[in-house]
Design a protein around this ligand. Structure first.
Ligand code: KG4
Ligand code: ZN
Length: 335
């Protein structure tokens, strides 16, 4: 049984998962305090993690009906993310492991998002094409083996897909984070009302969302305050449509180029209903985890930990967290 902790951004998460990928507990405490600032304030997030984490871990153990005596290994997100936030969860996890001389498993957050598809009751087995669409990253990867054998095929040249949703939502006067709120507003609008760019001319499998964000800004400006307000739902629907289409263009390209018929998608944006509906239309064997396993959670971190090597006490005591993952410098596998 693995106890996992995830504190890379503004959700304080702990989970208990069995070696076969069965979720025994998955506790997510979302920090509401940031909405009034229009974005996550790193220092506040870190302090909130400090306050919330002990209760979140206790709750996960209680939900699972276990004590620390039943835990065989402890895992935590090492990066990428906000350093001060990562430090809280990573240090706590190392301390729990060290106190009990348990093995420890550092996990890359992006591998975690992909590993959400590997949980019971329907674990998706490699090889397959993987897409991560989160607030900080947009990646297409080849998932080849059970462990960290990932090869990067494409990533974003500028904003991440979730970041684009958040910036669009902000422009339309929705709070932070804005992806889910923008989706709700878009349900009342016409996705064809405005034509917004999908960066289809960016060659290969890389993404770009700077253009659609700027196009929305100009559209709102051209319409003027009153008209933009009246057409908010149409703007939201058209914006969402352009982002989903931009993702689908690269996915279709990748599936064709690589001649694969299996696809797993993870990350917060994979909770989006419009994207899920488009994905379901693809002629592939598809795995999109339930919404609560798409957005940040610790069950996915425990899941990834199952496929990584354990570090024995005291090997892990000196390990540090990292803010960014540079696939060029750090190699193909995001571990
Ligand atoms: O994976 P995640 O929870 O955290 C990161 O690793 O970044 O992703 C958060 C991102 C945010 O940008 C949020 O606006 C977006 O996922 N998101 C959505 C939806 N739910 C969350 N975007 C579009 N539609 C949604 N329903
Ligand atoms: Zn995430």
């Amino acid at each position: 049984m693995i106890l996992a902790i995830e504190t890379s951004c503004d959700d304080t998460c702990a989970a208990v998962v069995t070696a076969s990928g069965e979720i025994r507990a998955n506790v997510i405490s979302s920090q509401e305090v940031h909405s009034r600032f229009g974005g996550v304030v790193p220092e506040i997030a870190s302090r909130q993690h400090l306050t919330l984490l002990p209760a979140v871990v206790d709750r996960a153990l209680a939900d699972a009906g276990v004590t620390l005596d039943d835990i065989d290994a402890v895992a935590a997100t090492r990066g990428p993310g906000l350093v001060a936030s990562l430090l809280v969860g990573f240090s706590a996890a190392k301390a729990i492991a060290a106190a009990r001389r348990l093995p420890f498993i550092p996990v890359n957050h992006l591998s975690g998002h992909l590993a959400a598809s590997r949980l019971a009751p329907d674990p998706f087995e490699p090889p397959y094409l993987g897409m991560v669409v989160s607030g900080g990253h947009t990646l297409l990867v080849d998932v080849r083996g059970p462990g960290a054998e990932l090869r990067l095929l494409g990533s974003t040249l500028d904003d991440a897909a979730g970041e684009a949703f958040d910036k669009g939502a902000r422009l339309l006067g929705l709070g932070y984070p804005g992806g889910a709120a923008l989706e709700r507003l878009a349900r009342e609008g016409d996705p064809e009302a405005f034509e917004l760019p999908t960066a289809s001319r960016v060659p290969g499998l890389d993404f770009s969302f700077a253009g659609v964000k700027t196009a929305l800004l100009y559209k709102v400006r051209d319409l003027g305050d009153a008209e933009a307000e009246r057409r908010r739902a149409d703007l939201a629907a058209s914006f969402q449509h352009a982002i989903v289409e931009a993702l689908m263009i690269r996915l279709r390209r990748a599936l064709k180029e690589r001649d694969v018929r299996r696809l797993a998608v993870g990350g917060g944006v994979a909770a989006n209903g419009a994207l899920r509906a488009e994905l379901a239309q693809l002629d592939v064997e598809l795995d999109v985890p339930p919404r609560e396993l798409c957005t940040d959670n610790a069950a996915m971190i425990a899941s990834a930990a199952r496929f990584s090597s354990n570090l024995r006490y005291p090997e892990y005591l000196g390990l540090d967290v990292f803010a960014t993952w540079d696939h060029q410098a750090d190699g193909a596998a995001p571990m």
